[in-house]
Design a protein. Structure first.
Length: 199
């Protein structure tokens, strides 16, 4: 049987042209579609965040204007730093109250998810499309909580779960979830994040 992988010249074994072409093709595929970017359909697509937003039935709101002397987003290089946002309710106003006193963990989780929706709106306003996001890098979640409340991570999961739902593996991030004695306007949570984007 013919050996398709090599041919022998004297004492040296050399790869055949077919095997060499295979290696070159594999190298091209690895460069074009790095590990972790092949979609479920096998096309090499990491998936469209904009399409996923529609699948989840999420309506991104108008981005609330800054309430003081700052901007919603700052881009430097391939990183976008998003200012802290709170849980805007679809009908207007904020989810307010203190975890451990006024709100349950479940209500805090939903407040964090609402905050995630606001941050996605701010990100789209800055980039034009969520499909330009290559990674959610870092999330800092602040929870308005009583001194003895210790479930901040479960609350901020509402934000983190949304990022993974929308961006998949690209949505997994480093994170801090901390309790605060108070937050502006008595909002339940305030969350900021850092995002990596394509050129």
């Amino acid at each position: 049987m013919q050996n398709i992988f090599s041919r022998t010249t004297g004492t040296t074994t050399l790869p055949t042209a077919r095997w060499t072409r295979g290696l070159l093709l594999a190298a091209v595929l690895l460069i074009t579609y790095p590990a972790g970017t092949v979609g479920a359909d096998g096309t090499g697509s990491a998936g469209s965040a904009e399409a996923r937003i529609k699948e989840l039935g999420i309506q991104l709101p108008e981005v609330p204007p800054p309430v003081a002397n700052y901007v919603n987003a700052v881009r430097t290089g391939n990183l976008v730093f998003l200012a802290g946002k709170g849980p805007n309710k679809p009908g207007g106003g904020y989810v307010t109250g203190k975890l451990g006193v006024d709100l349950t963990v479940e209500q805090g989780y939903e407040a964090a998810r609402l905050t995630g929706i606001v941050q996605l709106a701010a990100l789209r306003a800055e980039l034009g499309s969520l499909d330009r996001v290559t990674r959610i890098v870092k999330v800092t979640g602040m929870v308005n909580a009583s001194p003895d409340f210790s479930d901040q991570p479960e609350v901020i999961n509402g934000f983190s779960d949304l990022m993974v739902d929308v961006f998949g593996e690209r949505g997994k991030h480093a994170r801090a979830a901390v309790g605060m004695g108070s937050l502006p306007r008595n909002i339940a949570v305030e969350i900021e994040m850092i995002v990596e984007v394509a050129d």
